[in-house]
Design a protein around this ligand. Sequence first.
Ligand SMILES: [Ca+2]
Ligand SMILES: [Ca+2]
Length: 179
Amino acid sequence: MFWWKVGNLVSLTIVLSDSLSSSTPCSRRHGLCTAPWKKWGGSCYLSTQKPLTYDDARGACRRLGAKMAAPRSDQENDFLASLAQGSDIWVACTDRRQEGEWECEGSQDGQGIYTNWKMGEPNNAGSEGSEDCIKIRRVDKKWNDIACERMFLAVCKRQFVGSCFTTNNEGRLEVDSCL
Ligand SMILES: [Ca+2]
Ligand SMILES: [Ca+2]
């Protein structure tokens, strides 16, 4: 029985190795998010353990091999809020470079970004003098621009450990899939 199992493992390994050189496009995207990272969409997400300033949160995510998350849809915005467990959280966008021109992690110049501003925001107000970073408000998941020196949780986002492979309708790996 033991050798039978090993034999199957070897043949599976061969199939996977063969597939590495395949250029077949993946029909479905799969991947692994190792605990405690949570899988959503095509990425893995993890909240910081404690509130941090905007820059410290960015650094914390980088040290994890990730980037601070900037949601690109209502669905992703809600998902980030759910990970923060009732806390306010940073959005990886800033208008430090040019007041009023928001640049987000992963966005490219000239492209529109997803936003979810609370009515009346962004207002660049606040007692600190300027508000050049963004938090998601825990009460309604809307955005407010706020001083970058404040401290909130952040959600880090990174790609799957594996990339993708193709499965059939029964969930079985297909021979011509790619990794
Ligand atoms: Ca500002
Ligand atoms: Ca504000």
